[in-house]
Design a protein around this ligand. Sequence first.
Ligand SMILES: Cc1cc2nc3c(=O)[nH]c(=O)nc-3n(C[C@H](O)[C@H](O)[C@H](O)COP(=O)(O)OP(=O)(O)OC[C@H]3O[C@@H](n4cnc5c(N)ncnc54)[C@H](O)[C@@H]3O)c2cc1C
Length: 499
Amino acid sequence: MTDRRIGSVVIVGGGTAGWMTAAALARFVGGEQTTVTLIESDDIGTVGVGEATIPTIQQFNRLLGIDEDDFVRATKGTFKLGIEFVDWGRVGERYFHPFGSYGVDINGLDFHQIHAKFGHGVGAPLADFSLPTVAARDGRFDRAGEPRSPLGRIDYAYHFDAGLYARYLRGYAEAHGAIRHEGRITGVARDGENGHVASVTLADGREVAGELFIDCSGFRSLLLGETLGVPFDDWSTWLPCDRAVAMPSTGEASLAPFTRATARVAGWQWRIPLQHRTGNGLVYSSAFIDASAATDLLVANLAGDPLGEPRHLSFRAGRRVRPWERNVVAIGLAAGFLEPLESTSIHLIQSGIAKLLALFPDRRFLDVERNEYNRLVGAAYDGVRDFIILHYHATARDDSPFWNHVRTMAVPDSLQRKIELFRAKGRVFRYDDELFSITSWVAVLLGQGIAPSDYDPVVDALDAARVPDALRAMASDIARIAAAMPRQTDFIGRHCKAV
Ligand SMILES: Cc1cc2nc3c(=O)[nH]c(=O)nc-3n(C[C@H](O)[C@H](O)[C@H](O)COP(=O)(O)OP(=O)(O)OC[C@H]3O[C@@H](n4cnc5c(N)ncnc54)[C@H](O)[C@@H]3O)c2cc1C
């Protein structure tokens, strides 16, 4: 049989996307037959942010066989149980978007529907039925939870230092055979027959040839966007934030097991607790506030004393219409960008890598594989887009031109339908393998102030004499399990404290 295997993969870029891709490809396709090479430029550097994740990252680490404590220690990381949203629906209000689910479904009914009918009588808000939410309130974390109880499961993710994460993955990728070149790419050569990228040339004249190219070059999208001209689908009509200013501050004595996102006059501010410092940044729309006012706002609201100078970043929400074109697959910022409100970029990198592995090409580069990749990755970005827009649009805030704009703008039909279904009877459906769970949608829809007018009528078939006691038992189990968990600061001290 003809050997059609790809002999050389070249990854352009050594940020989070490049090194995650290099680690996975070196581990799963690299070897005698296939070389995995990565090119990065110290002069250009990386975007250097991207420090909060969602639970799917555990799957990536497990796939690579990474030891959790070693990983958290090396990246000076902490654990994350969800995101606290402050001042989003209205100034003065806050809500928690937890990982995991609320309560236990009964007769196939989503728990929030049951709670909508019985919760008031029981006197416990929906949040009391989520173990991560209750634990987070008190700064507690334990990865085990209580596995014997259906309520005791803990879903969690990590916060980590982006630079240390890339370094950690580099160590892993190189140990698995990835080859690294340092240098700035100044030229790209294409095959005259099929238009494939054939090689890249570095400033010092070195030429690196390959059969499959992974474009992880960041916002510039050097191969997919610049060289192959794949258009960018711009979503800034719905997501007008296009700038960020980031500035770390001194770490906090008590490590909160969650990211905080606080809405501000023309955007929002993140706070990410790490072991050695706190990550802070303000994401904003330059149409509504300028860089110096944004920096002042950030500095005035830092979690501790500033460490270093403010870093300014520009971006555009949207994605390349085809992340895989000819023999180039873009992963990371080169494929698209959605602001970090729900910490989804690193997940989208990992999901791109998983789909690439599932559809890994041979030298024929079959259209059917490329098209499927483009369909799946496109749907993954689109699903996240609607969820992010929801946070801006569903608000009662009318205290600034920015909030008036996002509150009154038209949103994609797919999101409008979701909002209307929820408003009618609290129903939520997930489409096309979408990332966010029903719990996520419910947490954010309710948190942003969309109250259903009614609950699902099927709930009326439940035994009204028994359900309230079942709910009381669930809430007290959760409170008990949470109270037995250690504080995250102690947990880290015991298992994975960075030296
Ligand atoms: C403000 C902000 C906050 C964010 N927060 C989060 C978050 O909390 N969670 C999350 O999941 N994601 C977050 N992200 C996204 C996250 O930072 C990125 O998805 C992630 O860092 C991946 O970036 P990248 O590797 O694609 O690009 P980059 O980090 O920009 O890396 C690009 C690489 O390409 C190389 N390169 C470029 N051009 C050339 C050339 N000509 N020659 C050689 N090398 C070249 C560079 O040297 C670099 O190594 C955030 C992004 C922003 C902007």
